[in-house]
Design a binder for this molecule. Structure first.
Ligand code: PLP
Length: 404
């Protein structure tokens, strides 16, 4: 059974009042809230075993190293990677994507092609544009339909022997569309192209199995799945991680340093220069424990109920339009009310304690596709309730009546 009242007790922030109203947090696609268990793991680290890792012989350093490497094993198990050194701990999705895009500089030449989708977050567009500028490779874009789904036939037409890497999001952050990545990966492989999946928006709702997916890279951020900010993971197939050059130079990532020649450390440390976010890594592992204890399958079912309920209620509002109407969606609703700027609605409902995102959601190409400046985005998590949705829908109606 899914007991949302009990779950809500795990999140201290949900007790907060905003402008005199109970907080209703519907900005989960930007960052999720943090359960007490995760917060306490950070407090415990700093209170009891704060030390640098991988180098000390002393007890604290060994304890910190064991906890940090233990987190890597939890992440490996969660994503079902074959080897623990295929898990690179990063500062987040953006870092993971830049690491791979930078690494591909030496592997591409002018005229090679790389494919991105029109549904991407700016994080999964700009690093590849920069890569193309550096190498002369050509960026191709998979277009989207009016429903906000990738047009797969167009993707299939784009693929050729020239395609070197494909990068698509597992789930769109602006619309919530779940992309058919199994098919997208399979097709890329047929042409020998590498493939990176941006899982930042999928991982809070779906447990990806990287081995079964057979993707070459998969990236995500802990802060979207109940973990802290400043930590994330890059899964990379061993063969690719061996092939790519290091991203940053520094401590931790070397084997031997002389001024004549430096040799690099083995995986995963080759890609982990400098002192990492130790408490963040440990807390990431605890966040996965927390989610797995509840069960991502149960979370997905409950969130889907919230999505259907909110969609139905919102559509009862006259002049309200939802963008992204795929039948395969996570609990994200992007909408506008005809004649009203999204920002104005967001500001008014904040006065009533409701947190939503307004704007282009780091996905301007999608807004251009619909020819709008932005949307109001409500994104739900498993600690939200139907009662909160009722309050939210009433607040949107009230804002509309004030503004029209
Ligand atoms: C949030 C998000 C990112 C960026 O994540 P950071 O944690 O800011 O690095 C990239 N892609 C998608 C789909 C996202 O939702």
């Amino acid at each position: 059974m899914f007991n949302v009242d009990n779950i809500r007790k795990d999140f201290p922030i949900l007790q907060r009042k905003i402008n005199g109203h109970p907080l209703i947090y519907f900005d989960n696609a930007a960052t999720s809230q943090t359960p007490d268990m995760v917060i306490q793991s950070i407090v415990d680290y700093y209170n009891n075993y704060n030390a640098n890792i991988h180098r000390g012989v002393h007890t604290l350093s060994q304890e910190a190293t064991d906890a940090y490497e233990g987190a890597r094993l939890k992440i490996q198990k969660h994503f079902n990677a074959k080897k623990s050194h295929e898990i690179i701990l990063t500062s987040g999705t953006t870092h993971g994507i830049n690491l791979v895009a930078s690494g591909f500089t030496s592997l591409l030449k002018g005229g090679d092609e790389v494919i991105v989708s029109a549904l991407e977050h700016h994080s999964n567009i700009v690093p590849w544009q920069m890569l193309c500028e550096r190498t002369g490779a050509i960026l191709k874009v998979i277009p989207i339909s009016l429903k906000g789904e990738l047009i797969i036939e167009e993707y299939e037409k784009m693929l050729s022997e020239k395609t070197k890497i494909v990068f698509v999001g597992h789930v769109s952050n602006a619309l919530g569309t779940i992309n058919p990545i199994e098919h997208i990966i399979k097709k890329a492989k047929e042409f020998g192209a590498a493939i990176l999946i941006d899982g930042a928006q999928a991982t809070p709702h779906i447990k990806p199995d990287v081995e079964q997916l057979d993707c070459d890279f998969y990236v995500c951020s802990a802060h979207k799945l109940c973990g802290p900010t400043g930590i994330g993971m890059l899964y990379g197939k061993e063969e690719w991680l061996l092939k790519l050059p290091p991203y940053q130079g520094g401590g931790e990532m070397i084997n031997e340093v002389t001024f004549e020649k430096t040799t690099y450390a083995d995986l995963p440390h080759k890609f982990e220069a400098g002192t990492p976010n130790i408490s963040g890594g440990i807390a990431f592992g605890i966040a996965l424990d927390y989610l797995n204890h509840i069960g991502l399958d149960k979370i997905a079912i409950y969130e889907n109920e919230l999505l259907n309920y909110a969609t139905k209620k919102l559509l009862e509002i006259d002049r309200l339009k939802i963008y992204g109407t795929s039948t395969k969606k996570t609990a994200v609703i992007s909408f506008n009310i005809e004649g009203i700027h999204p920002y104005d609605i967001g500001t008014i409902i904040d006065k009533l304690g409701i947190a939503v995102r307004t704007g282009h959601h780091c996905a301007q190409p999608i807004m251009d596709h619909y020819n709008i400046p932005g949307t109001i985005r409500a994104s739900f998590s498993f600690y939200n309730t139907k009662e909160e949705i009722d309050v939210f829908v009433k607040a949107v109606e009230r804002a509309k009546n004030m503004l029209l």
